[in-house]
Design a protein around this ligand. Structure first.
Ligand SMILES: *[C@@H]1O[C@H](CO)[C@@H](O)[C@H](O)[C@H]1NC(C)=O
Ligand SMILES: *[C@@H]1O[C@H](CO)[C@@H](O)[C@H](O)[C@H]1NC(C)=O
Ligand SMILES: *[C@@H]1O[C@H](CO)[C@@H](O)[C@H](O)[C@H]1NC(C)=O
Ligand SMILES: *[C@@H]1O[C@H](CO)[C@@H](O)[C@H](O)[C@H]1NC(C)=O
Ligand SMILES: *[C@@H]1O[C@H](CO)[C@@H](O)[C@H](O)[C@H]1NC(C)=O
Ligand SMILES: *[C@@H]1O[C@H](CO)[C@@H](O)[C@H](O)[C@H]1NC(C)=O
Length: 475
């Protein structure tokens, strides 16, 4: 009796447990397919405790051959990327972000020749894993086909070095993220690998502990538009950048131990549109002509450099006639003074100056009031004076300094001298003056000649002492 009751209870518990277990498996181990719009689909395999790559749900076959498919394995525990089953669609993106990948099998992506986007970030992948055999298409007629890969994200892994042939079968690679890897030195093979990706447009090398980029890296990257070198160990902007000067449009150079910027820093970067030089704690000086090569710059972030005290008034030398800058951010540096002729302030759209220790003097009043810089601040981002004490805490747009020269146009023009501003009368007087000086000169000349000839007649017969120059100098 008791036994049968106990066994019944046991059976019930068993059923309960197993059904719970089965349900658990169902919930966590299948991917959901959701349609985002007519051709866009997501296969959601995220957060399902996968430790290997599953088979696709059957509905996968309903995907249109022109469909764009995003498969995401975000936050699972996959350690080994094995052959990914085929999937229909014309553009396929896969994310393995945030797994525990330590190995990728040869030909893992051979069924996905339309793979355009591969995110392997936040795993434990080392350089040895990234062999040429993993990024290639199927094998037929004795060759490996290419894959369509355009974006490869390898950020936050354990990569020191890349295989020189890694990108042999990915001719369309345009965006490569290598940030947050312990690269330290771009060795010869890594340089060969990067430079073989000749269609690269975006390269992220931030937080990779590098302090140099060999010239060969950039030699064949004629399309590189965007480069991130932030968070590294550069003590100067690498000279090799001038090789990509024609194509480069965006450069981030934040958080490097650089002490100054000068006329060598950005040489050749003629087409740069946006430059970020922020959070460089050692930067204390921006010297003359630093920005002169940047003839197409529109946005400059020179901010959060907490020791930056000095910007040369000639930093933009040679750019003022064809001014292209629209946005300049100088916030959170250690500036106290700024030259009124640093730039044509009125030509900016947006200016940031907050977080500095501004000395509210006549120069600053000139910039803010006469040159109209005061109208360029974003709402709520009006900088204020740190000194003199009397004005400390006032908005710099609020100050009117009665003792400063009046900044009207006629005053500032008069200071400059130019031939065209002279009146004809003045010119005549000048010529007359010069003529008088010349006449006096001639008269004096005649007089001297006369005196000389009288003197010569008197002393003609006296002996002249003779010095043998040659014997003296070679004695
Ligand atoms: C598919 O989604 C992407 C963004 O994920 C979007 O840019 C694209 O326009 C979409 N395609 C269609 C046809 O709606
Ligand atoms: C994918 O599935 C996970 C787990 O069910 C869920 O948390 C996440 O929001 C889903 N993502 C999308 C984009 O639907
Ligand atoms: C991934 O999932 C685990 C639980 O499975 C969770 O603790 C962790 O915070 C998640 N990580 C991220 C980045 O979402
Ligand atoms: C990865 O999976 C493949 C195929 O199952 C296997 O041959 C290989 O040994 C695995 N590698 C690791 C490191 O687990
Ligand atoms: C590379 O891109 C071009 C142009 O979009 C395309 O015709 C070609 O098929 C792509 N290559 C591969 C291997 O997919
Ligand atoms: C700016 O000036 C106005 C009056 O002109 C005054 O009301 C305001 O308090 C001043 N603000 C600061 C921060 O000095």
């Amino acid at each position: 009796m008791y036994y049968s009751l106990a066994s019944a209870v046991l059976l019930f518990v068993c059923i309960l447990v197993s059904s719970c277990y089965a349900q658990d498996v169902d919930n966590t181990k299948t991917c959901d397919i959701t349609k985002r719009d007519d051709i866009n689909l997501t296969v959601n395999c995220s957060r399902r405790n996968f430790d290997s790559i599953p088979k696709w749900p059957l509905e996968i076959n309903q995907i249109d051959k022109d469909g764009h498919v995003l498969i995401t394995f975000f936050n699972n525990s996959i350690t080994n990327v094995t052959e990914v089953p085929a999937i229909p669609g014309s553009r396929i993106a896969i994310s393995f972000k945030h797994n525990r990948i330590i190995e990728i099998e040869n030909d893992a992506f051979k069924n996905l020749e339309r793979l355009v986007y591969l995110d392997l970030s936040k795993n434990k992948i080392s350089g040895d894993v990234l062999r040429t055999e993993i990024l290639r298409g199927s094998y037929n007629n004795n060759i490996y086909n290419n894959i369509a890969l355009e974006t490869l994200n390898l950020a936050h892994n354990e990569i020191h070095s890349l295989d020189r042939y890694l990108f042999q079968h990915t001719p369309n690679l345009t965006r490569l993220y290598l940030n947050n890897n312990p690269i330290e030195i771009l060795d010869h093979v890594t340089v060969l690998a990067i430079s073989s990706a000749t269609n690269l447009e975006v390269l992220d090398l931030s937080q990779t502990e590098i302090d140099n980029i060999p010239v060969e890296t950039f030699k064949s990257l004629k399309k590189l538009q965007q480069l991130d070198l932030s968070g590294n160990k550069f003590t100067m902007v690498p000279e090799s950048l001038s090789l990509i000067g024609i194509s480069l449009k965006f450069l981030s150079f934040n958080n490097n131990p650089i002490a100054e910027l000068n006329d060598d820093s950005f040489i050749g970067l003629t087409n740069l549109i946006e430059l970020e030089v922020a959070e460089n704690s050692y930067l204390d000086e921006v010297k003359r002509s630093t920005f002169s090569p940047l003839k197409n710059l529109r946005v400059l972030h020179l901010c959060h450099n907490r020791n930056l005290r000095y910007i040369s008034h000639n930093a933009f030398r040679g750019l003022k006639d064809k001014w292209t800058l629209k946005e300049v951010y100088l916030d959170d540096n250690d500036l106290s003074e700024i030259s009124p002729d640093l730039m044509p302030w009125d030509k900016l759209d947006t200016l940031g100056m907050t977080g500095n220790s501004w000395l509210c003097n006549c120069d600053l009043a000139d910039v803010v009031t006469r040159q109209g810089a005061g109208h360029k601040f974003k709402t709520g981002e009006i900088p204020f004076c740190a000194a003199p004490l009397r004005l400390s805490g006032e908005y710099i747009t609020n100050i009117t300094l009665s003792f400063c020269p009046t900044f009207d146009k006629t005053f500032s023009n008069k200071k400059r001298f130019s031939i065209t501003s002279l009146k004809p009368k003045q010119v005549l007087w000048s010529i007359f003056g010069v003529a008088i000086v010349v006449c006096i000169g001639i008269a004096i000349g005649w007089m001297v000649k006369g005196i000389k000839s009288i003197y010569k007649k008197k002393i003609r017969n006296q002996p002249v002492p003779y010095i043998n120059l040659n014997s003296n100098s070679y004695a």
